[in-house]
Ligand binder design. Structure first.
Ligand SMILES: [Zn+2]
Ligand SMILES: [Zn+2]
Length: 351
């Protein structure tokens, strides 16, 4: 099936239209028309080959919401017209212990990325959601519950699950003391989701400039991380700190904030971190961890949870042809808090 999208053609060229093929339906495949796609930091890093594993041309996008247009002969859970979603992965081995546990993101053979991956049958490079159509294995297709705003659902598929999964892994609930570092696409979701789970939530920021925003998102307070007095007073006061900062930075200011056995979980920076002083780790039996997205079952749980609690990202809608401006603004953290592409603005005439 021919479709059109927007692709990066090299690490330093702007995204531009691309006509390409989606595979013919396999028996366990679902085909969809993409309605909305969120814009994630990973899209930008991949377009620029910041992680060194990009191929070109590459169509980014892994926060995908669409409508089913066709189903393979063995598909049982979806029908034409259903609203569905696809996140960061489109396949896994489905046989290892992690896949059996519903943790496909941790598949022993590696999951197949929605883009920047290779199809497990044909080896062809996968292409993401900045496009008109997508074909995906049923097992990696999620149901959008009735009542969720489709446009604002898109960022749940990466920013949402990336922050929800650690909150669930570390059993956040009423009484939990949760800190969130960084108030971007991931951070603002971490705040909303932790509040939704009943936690006491503190946003950590280098200045108090974002205090009103933090409180508006539902946080209980903002703690200024450059205020030594306030930081001293807050020591030992957190069970979990979700670190969403997407660049290299120091963990030293934050580790003393954790209570004994508390965990700082990194979900933003993928790559080197600044040198860390281990004294607070050892003395307080504190932990530093990482966490990638979440499994399919957990992602469906997130969508259902957000529908029930009416939790949605704050989004700025853009046209497909505004993507290069959006990338530039995202690099300057100039978005509240997630761009979402309205795919109706991508017409055949652009390819
Ligand atoms: Zn992402
Ligand atoms: Zn597996």
């Amino acid at each position: 099936m021919k479709t059109i999208g927007y692709a990066a053609y090299s690490p330093d060229s702007p995204l531009a239209p691309l006509t390409f093929e989606r595979r013919a339906l396999r028996p366990d495949d679902v085909a969809m028309e993409i309605l909305y796609c969120g814009v994630c930091h990973s899209d930008l890093h991949t377009a620029h080959n910041d992680w060194g594993w990009s191929y070109y041309p590459i169509v980014p996008g892994h926060e995908i919401v669409g409508r089913v247009t066709a189903t393979g002969s063995q598909v049982t859970r979806y029908q034409i017209g259903d609203h569905v979603a696809v996140g960061c992965m489109v396949d896994s081995c489905q046989e290892c212990d992690q896949c059996h546990n519903g943790e496909e993101q941790l598949c022993r053979e590696g999951h197949t990325g929605t883009y920047c991956g290779h199809d497990r049958h044909t080896g062809e490079p996968t292409q993401g959601g900045y496009a008109k159509h997508l074909v995906v294995r049923e097992a990696f297709c999620l149901r959008v519950p009735d009542g969720l705003d489709l446009a604002r659902t898109a960022p749940l598929l990466c920013a949402g699950i990336t922050t929800y999964s650690p909150l669930r892994t570390w059993n956040v609930g009423p009484g939990s003391r949760v800190g969130v570092i960084g108030l971007g696409g991931l951070g603002h979701m971490a705040v909303k989701l932790a509040v939704g789970l009943g936690a006491d939530v503190t946003v950590l920021s280098r200045s108090n400039g974002k205090e009103a925003d933090a409180l508006a998102l539902g946080a209980d307070r903002l703690l200024v991380s450059t205020d030594a007095g306030a930081m001293n007073k807050a020591a030992n006061g957190f069970d979990l700190i979700v670190d969403t900062v997407p660049v290299k930075h120091s963990l030293d200011p934050y580790l003393p904030l954790l209570d004994v056995d508390g965990t700082l979980v990194i979900v933003g920076q993928v790559g080197p971190m600044a040198e860390t002083n281990t004294v607070p780790l050892l003395l307080g039996r504190r932990r530093v961890a990482g966490s990638p997205i979440g499994g399919i079952r957990e992602t469906q749980e997130l969508l259902d949870f957000c529908a029930k609690k009416n939790i949605l990202p704050d989004c700025e809608m853009i046209r497909m042809d505004q993507i290069n401006d959006a990338f530039e603004r995202m690099e300057k953290a100039d978005v509240r808090y997630r761009f979402v592409i309205d795919m109706a603005t991508l017409s055949d005439g652009q390819a």
